[in-house]
Design a protein around this ligand. Structure first.
Ligand SMILES: Nc1nc2c(ncn2[C@@H]2O[C@H](COP(=O)(O)OP(=O)(O)O)[C@@H](O)[C@H]2O)c(=O)[nH]1
Ligand SMILES: [Mg+2]
Length: 200
């Protein structure tokens, strides 16, 4: 629920990463609190919405969950273009998925959207016994690329809410509040001009 006087941000968020890394599972855990051991593969992309209330803003996420298969790669720009946030996911038990995640990050950087909030997510942290990618490797890559890093498990729900709360917080900091669409009286309009328009 939006708190009165609180700014409202509508943000497009895209999930990218190899097939099977748990993108759909992360979203389903966040949006519906569900997890399925046999999650159906995503065809093309799927759309979800979720609202998060922070002290400083209410963030309405429009979430595009993409399919990781190479044959859908050409569709990806449709989903990440205009996105305010991108979540790149790999599976800690698969080196190949980490390699693929790095390629997604490079592709996003080539788009040159300086304001994009980017998260690197090391999912399936419950599979520690099968771990192929150490936490430090993910941390280091994310630091080098100006992203924030988090290890999650859609299965146990570890760090799922934390992931989306952190993104929401960064968006709230980055996105200025929208100007009011209401009629303003002259005095307020004058003051607004001084603030937004003129430095003299
Ligand atoms: N152990 C474990 N399995 C997971 C986790 N997240 C997803 N999975 C499983 O990994 C498989 C692929 O998940 P899915 O969400 O379809 O991946 P996507 O292709 O990236 O959307 C499914 O069998 C999920 O049950 C997790 O955190 N831990
Ligand atoms: Mg999927």
């Amino acid at each position: 629920m939006a708190k009165p006087g609180n700014k409202i941000i509508q943000a497009k968020l895209v999930l990218l990463g190899d097939m099977g890394t748990g993108k759909t599972s992360l979203v389903l855990r966040f949006v519906k609190g569900q997890f399925f051991d046999h999650q159906e593969p995503t065809i093309g992309a799927a759309f979800f919405t979720q609202i998060l209330s922070l002290a400083e803003a209410t963030v309405k996420f429009d979430i595009w969950d993409t399919a990781g298969q190479e044959r859908y790669h050409s569709l990806a720009p449709m989903y990440y273009r205009g996105a305010a946030a991108a979540v790149v996911v790999y599976d800690i038990s698969s080196t190949d998925t980490f390699t693929r995640a790095k390629k997604w990050v490079q592709e996003l950087q080539r788009q040159g959207n300086q304001n994009l909030v980017m998260a690197l997510v090391a999912n399936k942290s419950d599979l520690d016994a099968k771990r192929e990618i150490e936490t430090e490797e993910g941390e280091q890559f994310s630091q080098e690329n100006g992203m924030f890093f988090i290890e999650t498990s859609a299965k146990t729900a570890q760090n799922i809410n934390e992931l989306f709360f952190e993104i929401a917080k960064r968006l709230a900091r980055a996105i200025p509040p929208k100007r009011s669409g209401m009629n303003l009286n002259n005095e307020t309009q004058d003051r607004r001009r001084k603030i937004f328009c003129c430095s003299v």
